[in-house]
Design a binder for this molecule. Structure first.
Ligand SMILES: Cc1cc2nc3c(=O)[nH]c(=O)nc-3n(C[C@H](O)[C@H](O)[C@H](O)COP(=O)(O)O)c2cc1C
Length: 387
């Protein structure tokens, strides 16, 4: 198949979207999206651990009136999943940020706008018709973060996410090998990579090389996103300052320890996002899904909990809810979808996720996604321990 003819009709699963995006995107871009840290095993381990959770089919339950409507943080969403924050999203396809924003409005789900987003937080809020949540890291320049919070509040944002699992940026072998850097340095190797993927390269040239627009439009700082700058000073005092500043809902993302979760709850967070960054940070960490029930247990039944890392199907969304999450976030799959076929690819993957989630719900004998609990798990396994 020619690299520029990729009809969405060829996408039947997230794996299809991944395979197609691999053909269509320059290697440097695909590897940036697909890659993980260190030995790169954890992103696969995340999905395998989800796969090991087996659900119990239930029959004779009348599951005609299934609904995926999910209440979370006092919002009524139409689906139990949203889009995880991802920096430099427009690399996956020109205009990708806007595609995510439109799709979130259409499906009444949240889209998380990365601090390193390639569209300004104001524009994302407008296109998503208010379905945007703002994500932040704390770098050396805390003033810039506070400025972004001011901008977010002024725009109308009600939810902020502080990502805390990148005190140190991990080693990304594939990025290093490919010479992936920001701002881009285009040597002969990268030039050849772009030249052999003309559809992406020409569209990107026409629309302009993606830039971290929140930085470019900032009043403080030098407008440059220094991806490799240390975020190591972030600690519980930082969290306190952000909590004092942000009056809206505050989610802390990247929590993988029940003890940390309790401390973060006590520090005034409104929700916690269990995530190992899709295997892109501590490569020797446990699969995110395996720690989820322990975090749930430590926090109690009612504390709002989001899950991401490794979700590759609607069944995985149901598995995450069964293991204690209230809401799921999707990372790489939406980037694969847009890399495969832009807005059409994204729509196709969202439809597939909705259909798979609804099918799984019916096959475990339920009508309401809010009724998913550990009761539907056939074999309850955490690590190697059955309980
Ligand atoms: C290309 C890419 C960029 C990302 N950028 C960010 C970011 O800017 N902020 C953040 O909190 N997480 C970021 N993440 C992590 C995601 O929010 C999410 O935790 C992860 O992708 C979930 O795992 P999954 O891809 O296996 O679904 C990024 C992930 C990818 C793949």
């Amino acid at each position: 198949m020619s690299e520029n003819i990729v009809p969405s009709s060829k996408i039947f699963s997230i794996k299809d979207a991944r395979d197609l995006s691999k053909k269509r995107l320059p290697k440097l871009v695909f590897d940036f999206i697909d890659g993980a840290s260190g030995d790169e095993k954890l992103s696969e381990i995340n999905s395998k651990a989800l796969d090991q959770i087996r659900l119990e089919p239930k029959v004779l339950r009348n599951v005609e009136k299934r609904t995926l409507k999910k209440s979370f943080l006092n919002y009524q969403f139409d689906n139990p999943f949203g889009f995880a924050p991802m920096g430099m999203t427009n690399l996956s396809w020109p205009g990708a940020d806007a595609m995510l924003a439109k799709e979130s409005a259409k499906n009444n789900i949240p889209t998380c706008v990365s601090m390193a987003s390639t569209t300004t937080l104001e524009k994302m809020y407008e296109i998503s018709e208010g379905h945007s949540w703002m994500q932040l890291y704390i770098f050396q320049d805390e003033d810039f973060v506070m400025e972004l919070l001011d901008r977010a509040e002024k725009t109308g944002y009600e939810v902020a996410i502080l990502t805390v699992d990148v005190p140190v940026l991990s080693r990304r072998t594939r990025d290093d090998k490919n010479g992936f850097s920001y701002p881009f340095k285009i040597g002969p190797k990268q030039f050849f990579d772009f030249a052999t993927h003309p559809t992406w390269s020409l569209s990107t040239l026409l629309k302009g090389i993606p830039k971290p627009m929140n930085y470019v439009t900032s009043k403080s700082g030098d407008g440059i996103f220094k991806r490799k700058e240390s975020r190591g000073t972030t600690d519980f005092d930082t969290l306190k300052r952000v909590r004092d500043k942000w009056k809206g809902k505050l989610i802390i993302k990247g929590v993988m320890s029940p003890d940390d979760a309790v401390k973060i709850k006590d520090a005034g967070a409104d929700a916690i996002q269990v995530s190992n960054h899709g295997g892109r940070q501590l490569d020797s960490a446990i699969a995110a899904i395996n720690i989820l029930p322990l975090v749930r247990k430590a926090l109690g039944n009612d504390f709002p909990l989001i899950f991401d890392s490794g979700i590759r199907s609607g069944s995985d969304i149901v598995r995450a809810l069964a293991f204690g999450a209230d809401y799921a976030m999707i990372g790489r799959p939406v980037m694969y979808a847009m890399g495969a076929d832009g807005a059409k690819g994204l729509r196709r993957i969202v439809e597939i996720l909705k259909e798979e989630t609804s099918t799984t719900l019916g096959l475990v004998g339920l009508n309401d996604i809010n009724d998913v609990s550990s009761e539907i798990v056939a074999e309850k396994i955490i690590g190697n321990t059955r309980y």
